[in-house]
Design a protein around this ligand. Structure first.
Ligand code: C5P
Length: 222
């Protein structure tokens, strides 16, 4: 059986990481959450009080850190050097500023280099915004996951409530829309469906149904 590369892209909170993780497990592939890498840099920049609009400053910051994605019991743990930042990178101040960090060309070039290195061994499921278009243009399977903004906000809201986090559906909807707009309208590697990606609208599908579809598509390609 051939080991393939699977790219999963789509807008914020479309369920990419949830399904990517399960698909990776199913094939015993490596799972790489590229959003976590941009989040880690954003968290680091905020801690160091770097200017998020200053490309050179951010690039220097990125060169100071190793971002480690390590598979753990509850999915993936994220480290900056030896500091566990798995929870911190999901905080609202990071979420609401990550798209500013991710705009910069040189930051993206360095991230893409690291991501391609992670994928070198093959047998990988990678999720993000530009995986099918830029990071893994030769991926054997490219999926573009979609869902209505109402549905995505609702899912995130329920997730927050289950974790006991404070959550407001209206605000979530606005934040998701704003992040999608920034990610879609940026100049460098914007959020965009690759021409050869297969679109799956998950609005009325369960996680299991989405996973099953992707596994079927992957099975045809291994
Ligand atoms: O996937 P997640 O929502 O965690 O991504 C956080 C942010 O990181 C995105 O809103 C986007 O600004 C940036 N990102 C990106 N390219 C990727 C993955 C994420 O620009 N491949």
């Amino acid at each position: 059986e051939k080991k393939i590369k699977i790219a999963i892209d789509g807008p914020a909170a479309a369920g990419k990481s949830t399904v990517a993780k399960i698909v990776a497990e199913n094939f015993s592939y490596v799972y790489i959450d590229t959003g976590a890498m941009y989040r880690a840099l954003t968290y680091y920049a905020l801690q160091k009080e770097l200017n998020l609009k200053d490309e050179a400053e951010l690039l220097n910051g990125l060169h100071e850190i190793e971002i480690i994605l390590s598979p753990g019991e509850n999915g993936q743990s994220v480290y900056i050097n030896d500091q566990d930042v798995t929870s911190e990178i999901r905080y609202a101040n990071v979420t609401n500023q990550v798209s500013i960090v991710a705009k910069h060309r040189m930051v993206r070039e360095e991230m893409v280099k690291r991501q391609q290195k992670f994928a070198q061994s093959g047998g990988v499921v990678m999720d993000g915004r530009d995986i099918g278009t830029h990071v893994l243009p030769n991926a054997e399977l490219k999926v573009f996951l979609l869902a209505s903004v109402e549905e995505r906000a609702k899912r995130r809201h329920e997730e927050n409530q289950a974790k006991g986090f404070e959550s407001n559906l209206e605000i979530l909807m606005e934040e998701i829309e704003r992040r999608d707009q920034l990610d879609s309208e940026r100049e460098v590697a914007p959020l965009k469906k690759a021409e050869d990606a297969i679109e799956i609208d998950t609005t009325s599908l369960s996680i299991e149904e989405v996973v099953a579809k992707i596994i079927d598509l992957a099975q045809e390609r291994v």
